[in-house]
Design a protein around this ligand. Structure first.
Ligand SMILES: [Zn+2]
Length: 349
């Protein structure tokens, strides 16, 4: 299969920081019963032929006809194992995105899956579902938040089976968006149509960039967190959240799997310097000062800050849709223990 169109749009969207952060998002292409999908832990912006894992579509889709255990860990282990069995000969050393099966459900030749902050302003909002219907009518399918992996694939299959017409766009609550199209041009049309519609709703633009000097807590944070790398952000939007515990409330819980992967499940609000004597989070909102993102490596701290900025943007965008809505704690706990995401974090450090 000639993967050049796939490589082209993977790089194009992967290089756009408004659309892709860290290792997020994935893409695929199908032809004659075969599908090439992005490997887990690779970056779209650096896509080359080797980034993609060749899979047998029939074998992959066959997973949804099998019986799976009810127990989370057993089910997800079997799911990853069975997805791996659908790899084409010669692809043994690669690991396909855990979302590969979702790509296979789309009948279209190309699939683009992203987690952009602007889109997640809608998917992580209180009125997400009704606003999705108001803005996009029947042209976009809304899938409520659920456990990723096998459970999401099963729910998506039911959605596709029940639809009378071909589905081109799916919004996943607290997660992101899928676009399917038969041409690269149509992918752009779908994506831009959605971004334009959402931009028109936005009340206020987030301002999350900061070159402010760290106010002098860095050494203490290193000592009490055990994390050697500390990034600081005192952008206008960060300062708004840092004003009080009430103002910080919307960013105290994760919105999507990416944040759990790169920031961990907890955010600490520090009222004063003494509150830094015990730190059990990678993100610290320091009252009146700004927000810290920590990591064991510079890359980890940078990724953590990238996702903190993403969370701030989501909250600001979600104001247009009834305010932000974090993930359910049950879902957060599931993702924390999910081997698939530990793997993604381990290879993108
Ligand atoms: Zn995703």
């Amino acid at each position: 299969m000639n993967l050049s169109p796939l490589i082209y749009f993977s790089r194009l969207y992967g290089a756009n920081a408004e659309l892709v952060t860290c290792g997020g998002g994935n893409t695929s292409m199908k032809e004659n019963g075969l599908m090439y999908v992005k490997g887990s832990g690779t970056a779209l912006k650096d896509a080359v032929t080797d980034t993609f894992v060749g899979m047998d579509m029939r074998r992959l889709l066959g997973i949804l006809d099998e019986e799976y255990p009810a127990d989370d860990a057993a089910r997800e282990a079997k799911f990853v194992h069975d997805c791996a069995l659908a790899k084409l000969p010669g692809e043994e050393s690669k690991r396909p995105s855990v979302e590969a099966l979702l790509h296979a459900l789309f009948p279209q030749r190309f699939v683009l899956h992203l987690h952009p902050a602007l889109v997640n302003g809608l998917t992580c909002s209180q009125n997400g579902e009704s606003e999705c219907r108001r803005l996009f009518g029947d042209s976009v399918v809304w899938v409520p938040a659920c456990k990723p992996g096998y459970t999401l694939a099963k729910i998506m299959k039911d959605v596709f089976d029940a639809s009378a017409r071909p589905i081109k766009t799916v919004l996943l609550e607290n997660h992101g968006v899928f676009f399917g199209a038969d041409t690269v041009e149509d992918l752009a049309v779908h994506l831009n149509g959605m971004l334009n519609a959402l931009n028109a709703c936005v009340k206020e633009k987030p301002d999350v960039e900061s070159d402010a000097e760290e106010p002098g807590y860095e050494d203490k944070i290193r000592r009490f967190s055990g994390k050697q790398y500390v990034n600081f952000n005192a952008s206008p939007t960060a300062l708004r959240f840092a004003a009080s515990p009430e103002a910080a409330a919307p960013i105290m819980k994760p919105f999507n799997p990416d944040q759990i992967v790169y920031c961990g499940p907890r955010v600490k609000f520090a009222n004063c310097e003494n509150c830094l004597n015990s730190i059990d989070a990678n993100v610290i909102v320091m009252r009146g000062k700004g927000i810290y993102a920590l990591g064991d490596t510079q890359k980890a701290a940078d990724n953590c800050m990238t996702l903190v900025k993403d969370a701030m943007k989501i909250v600001v965008y979600a104001e247009a849709f009834g305010g932000a809505k974090p993930m359910d704690q049950e879902l957060v706990d599931f993702i924390v223990g999910w081997e698939v995401e530990s793997y993604r974090k381990s290879v993108t450090k």
